[in-house]
Ligand binder design. Structure first.
Ligand code: URA
Length: 427
């Protein structure tokens, strides 16, 4: 006999009441099993979006989603584990240099990643631009790679938090993605089920991010940090700027190439800064305080870990990657200082060029994307290349160009006020 029914749970939240632990456990378990219908869960998600959930409800909801599937266990490893999650940004390739870098410092990184949907790219899509590289690993392969090399970036199996997989797809089509309790529980259920010992969250703020304003990003970060702590996972969040895209590239192969520059000891200053900031947090969370990750970029050991990580998943780190068949250069229309480069415009352009997908299951182009040749604060001269657009399908240029229109300003350097990349740390 059922303990509850869906209408009772929906109307409780609709009328602004707290859900009990037993109502939450019941509704998640029965939604996973198909007893609670999609239309009922949609109504409940909307009631949660409108009326919120308190910390107890969110923690219980997260726990119920974890309990809907398997939990991984890395306690047999000889090294501590730490993972990073980014809420998603344009040109955000940080996972690529970060995972091998942290591994080179002695901490294992089990990075279960996803594919991109919309204007932010997916880590797996980027790595799949490397010839031969394979995203799917068995749990045994993952454990062996973590023990031997220390870093794994692979596809999350379907066994982790299946309730979230179903609910996220439903939220996507019912206008309920934006509810902070649902975002926080969605992200944290997967990270806690994954079994990492410590976690660093990169919560993005700005035009190219999920959270456009700082107050909401801060609330999301605080909620997730609280959930991590309640579950016994050492969790810290950095609030970081996503009004400007990271580095000089947004796409798949071109972001891998930029990440390799960082691993070789060079690369764009902002990508290096954020990689090191997150690496230091991951190491501290895992209790490693006597290694400076900057040394591991400089001495080549992070690069060695990268090559070993790629080879272990059948990729050839030295093979040439795909290049786009067509390119189109946008020149600077005037001389001055680039005072603004809008992350959303660049992200949309890259997506429209074929680097991203419109629906899950679409193919992405390895070579497509956008390269920008200046960053805010740089001087530009009229006629110099400002953007290079890359795609295999030239009919995509017009729509990509439209998304860059109005997406940058060239003006007087006196009006340029550099924003910090790391805005705050929430622990
Ligand atoms: N990423 C997730 O995994 N879940 C959300 O709800 C939003 C972003």
């Amino acid at each position: 006999m059922s303990q509850h029914d869906a209408v009772e749970v929906i109307t409780a939240k609709r009328d602004g009441h707290e859900l009990t632990d037993s109502q939450i456990d019941w509704v998640i378990a029965n939604y996973t099993d198909g007893v609670v219908a999609d239309e009922q869960m949609s109504a409940l998600a909307m009631a949660i979006l409108l009326n919120g959930m308190n910390r107890r409800e969110i923690a219980r909801w997260t726990g119920a989603m974890i309990a809907s599937g398997e939990r991984m266990d890395f306690s047999s490893l000889s090294r501590p584990t730490s993972d990073k999650h980014s809420t998603g940004g344009v040109g955000d390739k940080i996972t690529l240099p970060l995972a091998p870098l942290v591994a080179a410092c002695g901490v294992a990184v089990p990075q279960l990643s996803g594919r991109g949907l919309g204007h932010t790219g997916g880590t797996l899509d980027k790595l799949e631009a490397i010839p031969g590289w394979r995203a799917s690993l068995s749990n045994d392969e993952m454990l062996a790679q973590l023990e031997g090399i220390g870093a794994v970036i692979c596809a999350a199996g379907t066994g982790l938090a299946p309730a979230d997989k179903k609910l996220y797809a439903l939220r996507d089509v019912t206008g309920t993605v934006e509810a902070i309790p649902l975002i926080a529980s969605s992200i944290m259920s997967k990270k806690i089920a994954e079994g990492t010992g410590s976690l660093v969250l990169d919560v993005k703020v700005g035009t190219g991010a999920f959270m456009k304003d700082e107050a909401r990003a801060r609330e999301l970060a605080e909620t997730m940090v609280g959930l991590g702590k309640d579950a016994g996972v050492h969790t810290v969040a950095l609030l970081t700027d996503m009004s400007t895209p990271l580095g000089f590239t947004a796409g798949n192969a071109i972001e891998v190439a930029e990440s390799v520059e960082v691993l070789a000891g060079g690369g764009p200053a902002d990508v290096v800064e954020l990689t090191l900031a997150l690496a230091r947090e991951m190491l501290a969370g895992a209790g490693v305080t006597d290694v400076d990750p900057a040394d591991k970029l400089a001495d080549g050991s992070a690069m060695d870990a990268w090559k070993a990580m790629i080879r272990a998943q059948d990729g050839d780190p030295d093979a040439p990657m795909a290049t786009a068949r067509e390119s189109h250069v946008v020149n600077a229309p005037s001389t001055g200082v680039l005072t603004r480069l809008d992350a959303m415009g660049v992200g949309l352009a890259s997506w429209r060029l074929g680097a991203g997908r419109a629906t899950l299951g679409d193919a992405v182009q390895d070579g497509a994307g956008v390269v920008w040749h200046a960053r805010p604060g740089d001087e530009v001269t009229q006629g110099q290349p400002l953007f290079t657009l890359l795609t295999d399908e030239p009919e995509r240029f017009d729509r990509a160009l439209a998304s860059l229109e109005g997406g940058y300003d060239i003006g007087d350097g006196a009006r340029f006020d550099a924003q910090p990349l790391v805005i705050d740390r929430i622990a």
